[in-house]
Design a protein around this ligand. Structure first.
Ligand code: ARG
Length: 596
């Protein structure tokens, strides 16, 4: 559907043109004086410069040319040359009813659906998920859902870090704990056991201990490097242990991501593409795109117009080992072959910004991706503690994601019990309260994160995030639950809206109109959230929409309304509000309980 802004702009473009001015001045925007008007057109101000004429004269002329077709209830030119606008209730009702008639609420889907790869998560095998993994998971999941909702074929890939030194560290850590395992018997030639020789709990002890030890124990570090080298060169014992590490670790990662409501289509990783690397590098050398520099193989990616220096992309080290970048390039090669994506979206910490500039340029230069393919990297900021430094546990350690999630849902649980008491039903069953706290707690984290522009750092504030009031996830869910409860009550009366009112109508209240105006913005909101890969725009929309609903709710009777026609129109209106909120919260990965 055309947005309201587009429709109004068309009318003003025609009016400017009819007065002999350039149509481009007809752009209509949202009002920045909501006390005076709903929309505004400031084109006369700009046209005044071009036509050397007083802006209010132009505004007056244009206003006179706007056709009286029922679109506006107010078209007013005000000095020095602004045009203030209000739309008519009938026009607005046509718009919201058209929204209601469409599954996607009037949002225009992608005209040419395409395959999109969303590379997010980025967990490293053998290391537990910690708070640093929260942001890429939440942002990536939301971007994946937005792109999918817009009609694309979207593939989410976790792109595990599963091929690096951490593997050698775990292998050597394990050797010291359990030297008698067959994997460490050089004379052993039989099959290796199917059962992993460690549990996830052990694995989680082994890695940090080994990592710490490698920093002070040179001999141990050397062994870990050697084990990594052997693994990467196909040593059967190291491969067998690697398989076990993968199995145990990935099962745990899956569980953790599930708790975040994050689902990947592919569980690939750096290891997936290792076989492609030798051939890819040989081709790079042959085509001349890569060259030897101080024993390493590099691709120059600097461009003359660069404001700062972009170093070459190293694809093979002096010692012959491949790197993070090599895996990423080989992964593009594989994705091109298997999926032909038209767009790639990577979500990582913004400290990798420069790295992705190098990767994207190298991929284009080497001809790995066709020119029209869009390559996006979303670099995100850090979740900080109140001290402004990256969030830590109380004793200064790295907080595990699981612990963060349970901390938030515990905080929410108390509030849910309290809220039920306030509503006079203290009878919420324990299991339901816990399940609700899980959803609401997760929403607190999701919304607390996604409502910020991805690039910015933000402060994790448990009190604020978990509050049922203000710009928070729980507030949004509370609003939806409130609507659900009214709709349930209406259903219980046995009334049917169809008997009283066939569409949403204008019942004349100001808060009702304000709610419709907010609702209508979903069309442009979704479009820009999609184009800019910006979930925070959806958060801003649902916050405004929730506020508009709550104002409407407080200023109008719904269940107590005696005029059945009016009541039915209100029920239709809040039903549509619920649909808009649920659609948006789903795109943020949030789940809504039945009651709170
Ligand atoms: N494992 C990486 C890290 O911990 C993130 C992976 C991101 N994706 C990618 N294709 N490089 O930094």
């Amino acid at each position: 559907m055309k947005t309201i802004l587009e429709q109004l702009t068309e009318k003003f473009e025609a009016a400017f043109a009819a007065c002999g001015y350039d149509a481009k001045f007809g752009k209509v925007g949202l009002s920045n004086r909501p006390d005076l008007c709903e929309y505004q057109c400031n084109g006369a101000m700009a046209a005044a410069k071009q036509y050397k004429k007083a802006p209010f004269l132009i505004a007056d002329e244009v206003v006179a040319k706007v056709p009286d077709d029922g679109t506006f209830s107010m078209v007013e030119s005000v000095k020095p040359g602004f045009i203030n606008l209000k739309v008519s209730p009938a026009f607005l009702d046509r718009f919201v009813n058209a929204m209601a008639a469409e599954e996607a609420l009037g949002v225009e889907k992608e005209a040419e659906p395409k395959t999109v790869i969303v590379d997010y998560g980025g967990a490293n095998v053998a290391k537990p998920l910690h708070v640093g993994h929260l942001r890429p998971a939440l942002i990536g999941e939301s971007i994946k859902r937005i792109c999918r909702f817009m009609g694309n074929h979207v593939i989410g890939d976790v792109h595990l870090g599963d091929w690096g030194l951490q593997m050698g560290l775990v292998i050597e850590g394990l050797r010291d704990r359990k030297p008698d395992l067959v994997y460490f018997d050089e004379a052993y030639t039989g099959e290796y056991p199917k059962e992993a020789p460690f549990t996830i709990a052990e694995l989680e002890e082994i890695y940090p201990a080994a990592s710490l030890r490698s920093k002070s124990d040179e001999e141990f570090a050397r062994r870990a490097h050697e084990a990594t080298y052997k693994l990467q060169n196909g040593d059967p014992a190291c491969r067998a242990l690697w398989q076990h590490i993968m199995h145990v670790s990935v099962a745990d990662l899956e569980k953790n991501y599930r708790n975040l409501n994050v689902q990947f289509d592919l569980w690939n990783g750096e290891s997936t593409v290792q076989d492609r690397i030798p051939g890819m590098l040989a081709e790079f050398e042959q085509s001349g795109v890569a060259y030897e520099s101080q024993g390493a193989l590099v691709i120059d990616v600097a461009e003359p117009e660069d404001a700062k220096e972009i170093p070459p992309c190293i694809v093979r080290k002096q010692d012959g080992a491949s790197l993070y970048a090599t895996s990423d390039l080989a992964t593009i090669l594989e994705r091109e072959e298997l999926y032909h994506p038209k767009q790639y979206v990577y979500i990582t910490d913004k400290r990798q910004d420069m790295y992705f500039v190098q990767i994207f340029r190298a991929a284009r230069k080497a001809g790995l991706v066709p020119e029209e393919v869009r390559l996006d990297h979303i670099g995100h900021g850090t979740m900080n503690g109140k001290d402004g430094k990256p969030f830590k546990t109380r004793d200064g350690g790295v907080m595990r994601l699981e612990n963060l999630i349970s901390m938030v849902s515990d905080a929410v649980l108390g509030k849910i019990e309290e809220s039920h008491k306030n509503q006079g039903d203290s009878q919420i069953p324990e299991a339901e309260a816990r399940e609700t706290a899980r959803k609401v707690g997760l929403a607190a984290l999701q919304y607390g994160d996604l409502s910020n522009q991805a690039y910015k750092d933000y402060v994790f504030d448990l009190e604020r995030f978990a509050s049922f009031e203000g710009n928070t996830g729980p507030y949004i869910l509370y609003t939806i639950v409130r609507i659900k409860s009214i709709l349930n009550k209406y259903a219980e009366t046995g009334l049917d809206v169809n008997d009283y009112c066939d569409e949403i109508r204008d019942m004349g209240s100001e808060s009702e109109k304000a709610l419709k105006l907010e609702m209508a913005k979903i069309v442009e909101t979704m479009d820009s959230a999609y184009q800019e890969l910006a979930p925070h725009k959806i958060c801003a929309y649902i916050y405004d929409l929730s506020n508009a609903f709550n104002r409407f709710y407080h200023e109008n009777k719904i269940m107590a309304e005696e005029d059945k026609r009016k009541q039915a129109s209100y029920i239709r209106l809040i039903e549509l509000t619920k649909r808009a909120l649920l659609l948006c919260t789903d795109l943020l990965g949030m789940e809504c309980p039945e009651r709170m």
